[in-house]
Design a protein around this ligand. Structure first.
Ligand SMILES: [Fe+2]
Length: 194
């Protein structure tokens, strides 16, 4: 399975598309608004070797040296496991609605899918939705300040590891939240990757 290895420098999809200059390009999901298949806008600032993209085994997350390595390198000191399905998540309906509200955070949102599947939707440079399909073995880091939302797919089940640098803060800031410093920094970063 594929893994994403980025933080504040951007997000990357797990299916490799093509390599160009110093950046990796990844095939994205569907642009929700126009239903065309699109290539995810590349917001990566540095290349990650392809052999680093296929390292995680979700079946051995409890004792996976590769996961440990990523956590150490990126200082993901905190973690827990969340199961999102009707029977296991208290206030399920309310939470699902909240996850699907377009929002941002002041910190990176890091998820490692251990079982099941779901979708992260993120805004591209043109402010269009890009849908990222996440399944077992995928890890994603959504940088602080990016507008996004999450939903389950038809299986209505996902089990995910939540990782965080330091003590976790989950506060979502629903759009519009352009006045926040994290948003400003992210927009600035996007402009630099033009
Ligand atoms: Fe979020």
């Amino acid at each position: 399975m594929w893994v994403l290895l980025v933080g504040s420098e951007g997000f990357r999809r797990f299916v490799p598309g093509k390599c160009c200059r110093d950046q990796l390009y990844f095939q994205g999901g569907l642009a929700v608004e126009d239903q065309d298949v699109v290539v995810v806008v590349v917001v990566a600032a540095a290349a990650v070797p392809l052999d680093r993209l296929e390292v995680l085994d979700a079946d051995k997350y409890e004792n996976d040296p590769e996961l440990e390595k990523i956590r150490k390198e990126r200082n993901y000191s905190w973690m827990d496991i969340i199961t999102i399905c009707k029977d296991k998540l208290p206030n399920y309906e309310e939470k699902i609605k909240m996850f699907y509200e377009e929002h941002l955070h002041l910190d990176d949102e890091i998820r490692y899918i251990l079982d099941g599947s779901g979708y992260f939707d993120v805004r591209d440079k043109e402010d269009k939705w890009v849908r990222i399909s996440m399944e077992k073995g995928d890890m994603i880091t959504l940088p602080a300040g990016i507008y996004h939302r999450f939903t389950l797919d038809e299986k209505n089940y996902v089990k995910a590891m939540r990782l965080f640098v330091g003590d976790p803060v989950w506060t979502p800031y629903n759009r519009p939240a352009d006045h926040l410093e994290a948003r400003g920094q992210y927009v600035q970063f996007l402009a630099q990757t033009a």
